[in-house]
Write a protein that binds this ligand. Structure first.
Ligand code: NAP
Length: 326
């Protein structure tokens, strides 16, 4: 009996060791080696056009600039017509050879915007090779029962879930026909495990985390379904970024990367990782967060999550204070 336990123990340890080794090698490859070896996908091979939602600020704008620098034509989608024109003009000034189209649509509105999007996107010459479902919003209040059903619950579901599902549904047939395509779905580390709490620090909203959990599950299953058709689907899970979403746009740090830094890191993982936190420190955080959730009792794992969240809040308050002093 003791012998059997010993053998099983060694097998389990061996498997865990292999998993850790694989994760470590993958980390080193994505963060250091792939760029050094020039192993990046030729995105234009997937089709000349890329569509980016939430493209006038933060992460979406960074994706748009990156795609333009790689010679892709882009369709920018956001609510504000003037911001779209501004971003399109700036990008075009630096990247004259590419084409840019803009579509003003508010994803919180739900069903009514999709006929326009279908009209604008489905017949693009030579088709859409890449879809970046980046748009996302949070709600200002944390306690679930104080959210208003139409104003907040419906809108966040329309924006964070429906937009991704509907645009994927719209553009996937073209990708399947051409047997190639890339879909990046921007979720969040807040979509994994449990984050919420009711203490005095402004807690994160559970509905936001839940919509981001949908992004991850949807992407994972779609990636499996589409693999044989040559379509790459990736779930991207940042921790915190220096963007307007959490008021951190002027507060980049090692932990809170600029959106451009994040996008550069993300593109190095394309075709390698179907589920990624992209940026090196966010990768480490996501990895340990999932290990802790797997190994520790729920309450202790939640305590660690809380520490990360409080750390972000403290950094924000500290930077705000320093900016006021200046
Ligand atoms: N920032 C973070 O720390 C963080 C962390 C994890 C995950 N994420 C995820 O990353 C993605 C991008 O976030 P971000 O920080 O870059 O956000 P952001 O800086 O607030 O930018 C949001 C972009 O989306 C557009 N937008 C907002 N609501 C829209 C709507 N209803 N319809 C159409 N466009 C809309 C905005 O433009 P207009 O105002 O002109 O419409 C803007 O271009 C989101 O999915 C977010 O959940 C962010």
């Amino acid at each position: 009996m003791a012998f059997v336990v010993l053998v099983v123990g060694w097998i389990v340890l061996g498997l865990l060791g292999l998993k850790v080794l694989y994760s470590f090698c993958n980390f080193i490859y994505c963060v250091k080696l792939s760029a050094a070896l020039g192993h990046s996908l030729d995105l234009r091979r997937y089709g000349p056009w890329a569509v980016v939602t939430g493209a006038t600020d933060g992460l979406g704008e960074a994706y748009a600039w990156k795609l333009a620098s790689l010679g892709m034509n882009i369709v920018l989608i956001s609510r504000s017509h003037s911001k779209l024109q501004e971003v399109a003009y700036d990008i075009k000034r630096e990247h004259r050879t590419i084409q840019i189209r803009t579509v003003a649509a508010d994803f919180t509105e739900g069903e009514s915007i999709y006929p326009l999007l279908k009209f604008e996107l489905v017949n693009l010459p030579s088709g859409v090779g890449m879809l970046i479902n980046n748009v996302g919003m949070d709600v200002t209040t944390s306690q679930f029962d104080v959210l208003s059903p139409e104003e907040e619950i419906q809108k966040i579901i329309n924006c964070n879930i429906m937009a991704m599902a509907r645009l994927t549904n719209l553009l996937l047939p073209g990708m399947r026909n051409r047997q190639r395509g890339i879909i990046i779905n921007v979720g969040s580390i807040w979509g994994t495990g449990t984050w919420c709490s009711t203490d005095q620090f402004e807690p994160c909203s559970i509905i936001y985390g839940a919509t981001k959990a949908f992004v991850d599950k949807f992407s994972h299953d779609l990636a499996v379904e589409c693999r044989q058709d040559g379509i790459i689907v990736q779930s991207v899970m940042p921790t915190v970024l220096a963007t307007k979403m959490h008021g951190l746009q002027d507060m980049s740090s090692m932990f809170v990367p600029k959106p451009e830094t994040f996008v550069d890191a993300n593109f190095l993982t394309l075709g390698i990782e179907s589920r990624t936190a992209a940026y090196w420190l966010h990768k480490i955080l996501l990895y340990w967060r999932e290990v802790l959730h797997f190994t520790l009792p729920g309450s202790i794992a939640q305590w660690f999550s809380r520490k990360i969240y409080v750390g972000i809040k403290v950094q924000k308050l500290w930077t705000e204070k320093m900016n006021t002093v200046k």
